[in-house]
Write a protein that binds this ligand. Structure first.
Ligand code: HMG
Ligand code: MG
Length: 303
């Protein structure tokens, strides 16, 4: 068993993390959060989502956020784009990477983006073409790989089918998402083993929500397969508005602590991520959901 010697951690807190918050978060707070995450050393930050504000009101300030963040050269600032309208807004805002997001579950596709899987791929075709013409990176996300809040079981054949379609649209990277955090490590191991037969291993990522507390174990199982890109959210923020009951992504601080312990390089300063986690948790008026973040903050306070 050889683990990757370094991994890329994509910080999705400002998007996946905040999109589900009920209270409107001022753009300045989002901007300050992205800037702190940039300073912490993340090479890829999902900073915005150009979706319908009627569907996800919290993301309505995405243009403002993208305009004011202090970009560090070389850092990729990604944005979700469900259709051409979203892509045009993301291009105008100067997003570096466009994320098209589909699902392996028909029921979730309908609830989340109001169309079937096949229709979503057709919708993404023009988005992918224009994004590429504009020289942007293109990432594809597959929701509900390990289970769906509406239809339950999701077969591996549906996952492989969507993966092939996103690959054929020219995606540079494809995210394997456990939207509702139901997966356990043996299943993750088996699914990842299968998917690396279908798409280059160094361009597949694990996007694990932590609803059932399994996300770190699922990352460990993915590391065993050799997956080297993971998504996480500072302070464990988040959830999907169309996956009721699903909690946040695995916390960035916890993933970084795990990687440190395993001797896997990330290029990210854990202490600065803890600061960012404390900052946003203070703003939201609740305790951070990161075990490592809280432990490190408590240790600091005691010393
Ligand atoms: P629709 O209602 O079928 O779209 O929604 P429409 O084309 O009929 O447009 C309806 C209205 O929305 C129109 O406005 C459009 O202009 C506007 P009106 O004429 O009524 O005033 N509109 C837009 N406005 C701004 N930006 C846009 C846009 N598009 C249309 N891009 C649509 C279809 C896809 C737009 C909608 O379903 C939507 O926005 N869905 C997004 C849902 C979402 O953001 N979910 C969370 C992100 S996915 C996720 O979290 C999972 C992930 O983390 C991985 C995992 O964990 O699984 C990625
Ligand atoms: Mg997600």
């Amino acid at each position: 068993m050889t683990f990757p010697s370094k991994v890329k951690i994509v910080e999705v807190g400002p998007r996946d993390g905040l999109q589900n918050e009920k209270e409107t978060i001022p753009a300045e707070v989002k901007i300050a959060l992205v800037d702190q995450l940039t300073q912490a050393g993340f090479a890829n930050i999902e900073a915005a989502s150009f979706v319908s504000p009627k569907w996800v009101p919290q993301m309505a300030t995405s243009t403002e956020v993208m305009a004011a963040i202090q970009r560090k050269p070389g850092v990729i600032y990604s944005a979700l784009v469900p259709n051409m309208k979203g892509l045009e807004a993301a291009l105008a805002a100067g997003a570096d990477e466009m994320v098209i997001f589909g699902a392996a579950s028909e029921a979730f596709s309908q609830k989340n983006i109001n169309c079937s899987i096949a229709e979503s791929i057709e919708r993404f075709r023009d988005v992918a073409t224009l994004a590429k013409q504009e020289g942007k990176r293109l990432r594809g996300s597959i929701s509900c790989v390990f289970g769906c809040p509406y239809q339950g079981e999701v077969g591996i054949d549906s996952v492989v089918d969507v993966l092939h379609r996103l690959r054929d649209l020219g995606c540079d990277e494809i995210d394997i998402a456990d939207t509702i955090g139901v997966a356990t490590p043996n299943k993750v191991h088996a699914v990842m083993q299968r998917l690396v037969q279908e798409f280059p291993i160094d361009r597949l990522s694990g996007h694990f929500h932590d609803t059932y507390g399994q996300a770190l174990a699922n990352i460990y199982a993915s590391l065993e397969v050799g997956i080297s890109i993971y998504h996480s959210s500072v302070a464990g923020l988040g959830g999907c508005p169309y996956a009721k009951g699903a909690t946040g992504n695995v916390a960035s601080e916890d993933v970084l602590y795990l990687m440190q312990g395993l001797g896997i390089e990330t290029g990210i300063d854990l202490d600065k991520v803890v600061d960012a986690g404390q900052f946003i948790s203070r703003h939201l008026g609740r305790k951070s959901a990161s075990h490592a973040g809280n432990a490190i903050a408590a240790k600091r306070a005691a010393s």
